[in-house]
Design a protein around this ligand. Structure first.
Ligand SMILES: [Zn+2]
Ligand SMILES: [Zn+2]
Length: 951
């Protein structure tokens, strides 16, 4: 059976026997370990990032379940917002927002609903195949009415407390999706790209001095059409220079941008420029003519090391909007909601704002109002969904007042355990600089904002539940009313003030408000589950990749502070990003990463799990995905364990009580001590969410078990003395049982394989390792002195092997003596060394030295040579038996011939030993032509043999 098939068999076993459900049911309700699974979108296929998050969110719930907690896990789906809308627009070939109105909101929203759970089955398969346990089919969805009703409840509560306001703010805006985006949405998925554009310095003519120009620099020439003012720093020094017949004004510090010969005519403080009137480049409104086109003081935000020290101000920037408000200048949006020119030269109306850059540049050249232009590379934000360049736009929107709760957010952050710890500081910075939260989107497929506004007196009413809507609506509202926009837009209220009709405002919620409401909305709190909630909030554990620190984690925190003044989670594990092998972003079109399904098929889910869990991803650092390392992990962990298990299956073990106390053997005592120490350390690290250290410890133990313990215990498993055999078997059973439990959260498949094998041998009796409790260690079984001595022994063996290798003497050649200085080891360790190294004597030289030193006697006497040959013969002869498929009970007569004297001598001298080792009754030094023979070589000498089976 392939490894892949073995794992698939385990999945079937878990499913058939409802092991996941049992693992939860057997833990008491009063002892919960609360876990929130951040809901993903089902609009794409799961990738490595998702797999990482599946695994992280599986390992810890399994661990805490084994520790006796009830850890309920329920899947959820994110269903709303731009991601799904833009996919639907592409499918429907919609290019502009008004086409959605044309097809009808109902049709569009229902289309979105039909696509939202498109890849659910593929997700289910990957989740299952990775061994992630979760209640998948009974998932909550952010588009469920129950979910949306809770969002309404939460919003009304926040609104009632006076923390929601409508305001105009400069926000990033996608002119194609026609909606604002939040800063966190943009920085989360790194939507900034380096672009090279034309930056221009344009000439603004002074009104009373037509041969003098103010120079202003911009990277967005299209905004020049909407210019209303120029800002300078009144405290900085400016200069007036003469070039040819013209005079130019700019900040003194930036004189280096003037490339021509110039003459400084005057030097003066910026304050001298204040209120000077200038000619606009483009005339767009009377309002601007009356109130604008003069120089204002922008203070220190006008930098002296960039541009010209004179800032051109239009509505499209944060600083710009501040200045416009401060000086009561006209707010002119010369570009419309779709990014097209609405005000300006008539022949340009309707042009796309990005195309205007070129047009404006040409025009300024024509009019001799361009001082200079050059290529300029800077990072610019793009819509994370449709990749349209964003613009800063002053927009009417609804906000949650974050400034009022900032102190609480910062204070309560101290109660959150971030893993790794340094994220706490990063999070603190995010909170400190957080703007108010823009919660409205001018879109369609999301929870409708439950605000109704009066047509007459503009009074506002906020609705917090379906019941409240029913009580206030003019129309009849059914109990199961859908809270999506296309339905609730048709519902009206009656104004309590003036009696006129109230309409719902057109905006829908930012879907982060939904994600942040997940702890309550997934359970329809407080409409249901009020009791349950008391013991299931806050969460004990959440995890996501680092981009979610400023997104999901932040929004959950904000809402929980707004609702309860409490943190929503106690422990947060933050993952890094998985990149392609060359360190670039994984990209489907570039095919720069292996298909996850193929990786799983080749090496199994366990190998992928432990590869991810052992990596720096668990310390929030990025990882370049390397198949080669998955393969190494597979060999170093899975295959070693499979081999141990194979060995275990071959020895005859059937013993329901494991008595460890009987064994006096140092190998047994050592592996038991090492295991107990391992249990202690792994527990400590798991409590600290440090899986990379856990993996390191477990890897090293598996290596000890397979390459030291088993290798040096094989003979005892075959011993004719029952007590010896039993000790070895008991020890191995005990070690495997505890190792299966210890690695169950990380590698649930191989742990189950081990456990089921132990069950066959009656070592254990529960149905599955995942119904077991977490092992505890026994202090009295840990023997530090023994472990140190064993480490020393391993070191001596390792170094002596190196000496053998340097002398080119194979291990099978027995040697006379090794002399060790600088150690104090008892006879049992020396025996172990002698046996492992195939050296007759281990001599300890007690002359005082500080350091360990080893001297290997490499002289091969004729006698040693013969013994070496004998071993070699035995090994080769046993191979011959194997080739003839003989069983240990088959006795033989051995016919043998060789031209080498030493080989013949060895046959005589060690006849009995050889006979015993190969189950031969007679050795006859003769070969005839009729015999069927096999040939092998010893030190270049040919040996021909024939095995005659006697029974
Ligand atoms: Zn967009
Ligand atoms: Zn009214």
């Amino acid at each position: 059976m392939s490894y892949n098939e073995k794992e698939l068999k385990i999945i079937k076993f878990w499913k058939d026997n409802h092991i996941f459900e049992k693992s939860i049911e057997q833990r008491p309700k009063r002892n919960p370990y609360v876990f929130y699974d951040g809901p993903p979108f089902a609009t794409g296929l799961p990738h490595y990032g998702h797999i990482l998050s599946f695994v992280t969110k599986d390992v810890f719930p399994r661990y805490w379940t084994m520790k006796g907690y009830r850890c309920e896990r329920r899947w959820g789906w994110d269903c709303h917002g731009l991601p799904i809308e833009s996919i639907c627009e592409r499918t429907l070939d919609i290019r502009q927002k008004n086409e959605i109105f044309e097809m009808g909101l109902k049709n569009f929203n229902e289309f979105c609903r039909s696509k939202v759970l498109w890849y659910t089955n593929e997700w289910k398969e990957t989740v299952e195949r990775m061994g992630k346990w979760i209640e998948f089919d009974n998932s909550y969805k952010t588009m469920d009415n129950s979910f949306m009703e809770t969002v309404w409840y939460i919003f009304k509560k926040i609104y009632t407390e006076g923390l929601v306001y409508r305001g105009k703010k400069v926000l990033y805006y996608c002119p194609r999706c026609e909606t604002p985006l939040s800063n966190s949405e943009i920085s989360m998925d790194n939507s900034y790209k380096d672009v090279t554009e034309q930056s221009v310095i344009s000439k603004f003519k002074l009104k009373n001095d037509p041969s003098t120009f103010l120079l202003a620099w911009t990277t967005t020439p299209w905004t020049l059409i909407g210019n209303v003012t120029l800002a300078i720093n009144s405290k900085a020094i400016y200069v007036k220079v003469k070039i040819g017949d013209e005079f130019f004004i700019l900040i003194k510090d930036q004189l280096n941008i003037v490339k021509e010969n110039y003459e400084v005519i005057e030097e003066f403080p910026g304050s001298k420029l204040l209120n000077k009137k200038y000619e606009p480049l483009y005339r767009i409104s009377n309002d601007a003519d009356e109130k604008g086109y003069y120089v204002i003081d922008g203070g220190e935000e006008v930098l002296s090391d960039e541009g010209t020290g004179i800032i051109h101000v239009a509505l499209y920037g944060e600083f710009d909007y501040e200045m416009i408000k401060k000086y009561d200048l006209p707010q002119i949006q010369h570009v419309d909601e779709q990014g097209k020119l609405a005000l300006g030269p008539p022949e340009w109306i309707g042009l796309w704002f990005k195309d205007l850059d070129e047009v404006v540049l040409e025009d300024l050249i024509q009019k001799n109002l361009l001082y200079s232009s050059e290529n300029y590379t800077h990072s610019y934000p793009f819509c994370y969904r449709c990749e349209t360049p964003l613009i800063y736009n002053a927009l009417d929107a609804w906000f949650i007042d974050i400034q009022q709760i900032k102190v609480k957010l910062l204070k309560t952050n101290e109660m959150i355990n971030w893993y790794p710890k340094e994220i706490a500081k990063r999070y603190q910075n995010i909170v400190e600089t957080a703007p108010d939260w823009c919660i409205s989107r001018n879109r369609f497929w999301a929870t409708a904002i439950p605000i109704w506004e009066c047509e007459g007196c503009h009074a506002v009413k906020v609705i917090g539940s379906i019941k409240e809507l029913q009580e206030n609506a003019v129309e009849g509202v059914p109990d199961d009313v859908d809270l999506h926009r296309h339905i609730v837009d048709e519902i009206h209220l009656r104004c309590q003030n003036c009696g006129k009709v109230m309409n719902r405002i057109p905006e829908v919620f930012d879907c982060w408000l939904e994600s942040g409401s997940m702890p309550y909305a997934a359970k329809h709190y407080p409409f249901e589950n009020v009791e349950w909630f008391k013991t299931n909030f806050p969460s004990d554990f959440v995890s996501e990749y680092i981009g979610q620190v400023r997104a999901w984690f932040y929004y959950m925190h904000v809402i929980s502070i707004l609702l309860f003044d409490e943190i929503p989670f106690r422990n947060v594990v933050v993952n890094g990003n998985i990149l392609a092998e060359d360190g670039t972003k994984m990209s489907k079109s570039k095919r720069n990463f292996p298909d996850p399904n193929q990786i799983i098929e080749k090496y199994g889910a366990d190998a992928l799990r432990i590869y991810l869990m052992s990596s720096q991803l668990m310390r929030a650092q990025d990882l370049n995905f390397k198949e080669e390392i998955v393969k190494q992990v597979y060999r170093r962990f899975n295959l070693l364990l499979i081999n141990v298990l194979r060995f275990y299956s071959m020895v005859d073990i059937n013993n329901s009580t494991i008595n460890l106390a009987d064994s006096r053997n140092i190998m047994d005592k050592w592996i038991i001590s090492t295991l107990n120490e391992l249990i202690g350390e792994v527990t400590l690290r798991m409590d600290d969410f440090d899986t990379s250290e856990v993996c390191r410890l477990v890897f090293s133990f598996v290596e000890d078990l397979s390459t030291w313990y088993l290798k040096n215990s094989r003979n005892r498993f075959k011993s004719e003395l029952e007590s010896k055999r039993l000790n070895a078997m008991n020890t191995l059973s005990y070690v495997l049982l505890n190792l299966a439990k210890l690695s169950a959260p990380l590698t649930p498949f191989i742990s189950e394989m081990i456990y089921q094998k132990l069950k066959e041998n009656n070592i254990t009796n529960l149905e599955s390792v995942h119904l077991e409790s977490w092992p505890s260690y026994e202090e009295e079984l840990i023997n530090q002195d023994l472990q140190q001595k064993m480490e020393l022994t391993k070191e001596i063996v390792k170094r002596t092997f190196e000496l053998r290798e340097n002398a080119k003497i194979p291990v099978r050649q027995v040697l006379q003596k090794v002399t060790i200085k600088g150690v104090d080891l008892k006879q049992e360790y020396l025996d172990l060394i002698s046996q492992t190294l195939n050296v007759r004597e281990v001599v300890v030289d007690n002359s005082p030295v500080e350091e360990l030193s080893i001297n290997l006697d490499t002289v091969i006497t004729p006698e040693l040579k013969l013994e070496g040959i004998t071993r070699n013969l035995i090994r080769n002869l046993n191979n011959c038996r194997k080739k003839k498929k003989l069983s240990p009970s088959n006795r033989i007569n051995l016919y043998i011939s060789s031209n080498n004297e030493q080989i013949l001598e060895a046959l005589d001298l060690y006849e009995n030993k050889i006979k015993k080792s190969i189950q031969a009754d007679n050795i006859i030094k003769r070969i005839t032509d009729q015999m069927e023979t096999q040939i092998f070589k010893i030190d270049d000498n040919t040996v021909e043999v024939s095995l005659e089976i006697k029974n």
